[in-house]
Design a protein around this ligand. Structure first.
Ligand SMILES: *[C@@H]1O[C@H](CO)[C@@H](O)[C@H](O)[C@H]1NC(C)=O
Ligand SMILES: *[C@@H]1O[C@H](CO)[C@@H](O)[C@H](O)[C@H]1NC(C)=O
Length: 292
């Protein structure tokens, strides 16, 4: 028979164990659901609105390896849609063919299921002679005559007017858009993108524009523009947002989630100069978030 003292100590130990057990159970009951909610909220806060498409201004010549970060991204993210703006020389260049390095690089882009290539055309806020604009569209359209696998599937009109006052000729933008629509050499979906360089007036809605770049500026400017962007009337599928000079250390997932709420076509870069002339340090991370 055990001494009463020993029995008492054992009972105390048991009740201590019970208290610890109750404590642990309480912690599980109280804290665990909160932890789960917290984790959900956290993943929620970085989850992008869907669908999203990468809109990449690729204003660099395809010298050996220059486009390799893009080809890698395409291979590694076969279910991420990427629209690539090709720009030979602030447009298609003066020749019928963009030259053999371009031909083989564009052919390689077009071979990917998840890529649309579109041609860059500048309009100088509608000051540029419309005949020259239409000639550029026609040059891209004729790439398909050189080689069927070279066809672009849309046009990116840069420097479009952002309001009716800036528009020199009322029909200018409808005419440029119609030129794309009527080009037999431009493949479906014959995407027409306008880039007014600044938040456009809601009153400007030229027929035939599929997507408008509603923001193309620095990260700092983006912080001050969210309300103005939210006030725009269109759906996110008709908008693009491009943010440059993103400081290193920023949470790109969070930034892209905010961007994806306003627009489907997205681009961001940490570059603070020559934004579209090289792949910056943020490229791989950007692509992987867009694909997740
Ligand atoms: C990619 O684009 C295709 C064709 O427009 C579409 O059917 C598909 O849903 C898109 N995929 C994603 C992940 O958005
Ligand atoms: C754009 O148009 C303006 C006139 O509105 C002209 O002064 C300027 O030279 C043009 N820019 C280019 C690059 O053609």
């Amino acid at each position: 028979m055990e001494a009463p003292q020993k029995l008492q100590r054992r009972a105390q130990r048991r009740s201590k164990r019970t208290r610890i057990c109750i404590g642990v159970v309480a912690i599980i009951i109280v804290i665990l659901p909160n932890a789960i909610t917290c984790a959900l909220l956290l993943s929620e806060s970085t989850r992008l609105m869907n669908p999203v498409t990468i809109l990449l201004p690729l204003y660099t010549y395809p010298t050996k390896n220059a486009w390799e970060p893009l080809f890698n991204a395409i291979d590694q993210n076969p279910s991420t849609n990427i629209t690539v703006i090709v720009n030979v020389d602030s447009g298609p260049g003066g020749e019928a063919s963009p030259g053999s390095p371009y031909v083989s690089a564009v052919r390689r882009l077009n071979a990917a299921q998840n890529v649309n290539t579109i041609g860059y055309v500048r309009t100088n806020y509608s000051s540029r002679d419309i005949d020259l604009v239409i000639r550029d569209v026609a040059t891209y359209s004729r790439w398909s005559d050189l080689d069927g696998t070279l066809a672009v599937s849309g046009i990116f009109f840069d420097e479009t007017p952002h309001d009716l006052q800036q528009l020199q000729e009322p029909s200018y933008l409808a005419d440029t858009n119609r030129a794309v629509e009527n080009s037999a050499g431009i493949r479906d979906p014959k995407l027409v993108i306008h880039n007014p360089d600044t938040i456009p007036s809601a009153r400007l809605s030229p027929p035939g524009t599929d997507v408008t770049v509603i923001f193309e500026n620095s990260f700092d400017a983006f912080q001050n523009s969210e309300a103005a962007l939210e006030a725009l009337p269109g759906s996110r599928s008709s908008y693009s947002i491009m943010v440059h000079s993103v400081p290193s250390g920023k949470n790109l997932g969070k930034l892209l989630r905010t961007m994806s709420q306003g627009a489907e076509y997205l681009f961001l870069t940490s570059a603070d100069e020559g934004f579209y002339e090289h792949f910056s340090g943020s490229w791989d991370r950007f692509v992987s978030i867009m694909g997740s």
